[in-house]
Design a protein around this ligand. Structure first.
Ligand code: MN
Length: 326
């Protein structure tokens, strides 16, 4: 399929490059990824051309800004990354768009940077790498917490989507992975971490207060499409007060406020399940370059057994509409 839009596609600057190194044990793998991460205008465009990707919405690698506990430094790193990305997009505005990196260590700073990115730099949304470390390495903040309500209000007012991208849980929250390090990262821990964060947002009542918010999650929904029914119906026959602030079923928020992408999860069976839960109107093609290969994503997606109408929506039209790329 020609004209695809891909939106979980990352780059790195020299200052954030090493954040990605921990995920690669073999030097040859890291050398390959390093080159891909630092490139925007060369190899990346050739891959896009070869596999029918017209537009990439680019975002900084992970965890980057979210792992800088000092809010002022996190803000400086965000501004540096966003300015660099804007310069790169300006070279090929027909092929690239941008997601803002945001210093959510300080909600006010995050609002200011989001406004600057959307209004001045023309970015189409934000991509944030999970929870932020705030003040010191060990203190973490999730965005359902009360201090983030003004941030969400600003995001709703600016009317741009928010991509909740994975990061690994902190060591204190990783006991279950001890001696099983292979489960960290994209194998399992990324999805678990991000799915719980997404459920926290749903349960907090955030979407009752801001029903227009649009959250994007990757990797075919981080397992959520498969589990939403059970989230709402566990012990459903028992009577008892609900234990969350949200007014509605979690599946209602998932269906109305969430979009998912195919990043790193190129499996037709999983796509079909997601289509049956959240619908083909809410799924968007992505690869997760440079950590996954564009040919793996595109060759699978272009040939998978879905209707051509759904392929067009998932491959292009949903993203064109959501991010107003027309
Ligand atoms: Mn990614």
């Amino acid at each position: 399929m020609q004209g695809k839009v891909a939106l979980e596609e990352h780059f790195a600057m020299a200052d954030t490059l090493m954040d990605s190194a921990v995920f690669f044990q073999e030097e040859s793998d890291w050398n390959e990824i390093k080159g891909r991460l630092l490139d925007i205008q060369d190899r990346r465009l050739r891959e896009m051309d070869a596999h029918g990707v017209e537009i990439m919405i680019l975002s900084l690698n992970a965890p980057a800004v979210q792992a800088v506990p000092d809010a002022k430094k996190a803000n400086e790193l965000s501004r540096q990354a966003n300015d660099y990305l804007a310069e790169e997009i300006a070279k090929r505005p027909d092929r690239f768009r941008g997601f803002a990196a945001l210093p959510l260590q300080d909600p006010d700073m995050a609002v200011d940077e989001l406004r600057r990115c959307v209004s001045d730099l023309g970015f189409v949304g934000a991509l944030v790498n999970g929870f932020s470390q705030v003040g010191d390495e060990a203190t973490t903040a999730y965005y359902d917490e009360a201090q983030y309500r003004p941030f969400w209000a600003a995001l709703a007012q600016l009317d741009v989507p928010f991509y909740l991208h994975p990061r690994n849980p902190m060591p204190v929250d990783s006991r279950i992975y001890q001696d099983h390090g292979w489960l960290m990262g994209p194998t399992w821990a990324f999805g678990q971490e991000t799915a719980v964060h997404a459920l926290r947002l749903m349960g907090s009542g955030l979407f009752d207060d801001h029903p227009s918010l649009r959250i994007v999650i990757g990797h075919m929904g981080e397992g959520l499409p498969y589990s939403m029914w059970r989230v709402d119906h566990r012990n459903g026959w028992m009577t008892g007060p609900k234990r969350h602030a949200a007014k509605r079923k979690m599946a209602d928020y998932f269906n109305e406020n969430f979009y998912i992408t195919t990043s790193g999860n190129f499996r037709t069976q999983s796509l079909v399940d997601a289509m049956m839960e959240i619908s083909s109107d809410k799924i968007m093609f992505s690869a997760d370059w440079p950590f996954e290969n564009i040919d793996h994503a595109a060759n699978w997606f272009d040939a998978c057994s879905i209707s051509e109408n759904d392929r067009l929506k998932i491959g292009r039209l949903n993203a064109m509409k959501l991010f107003k790329l027309g």
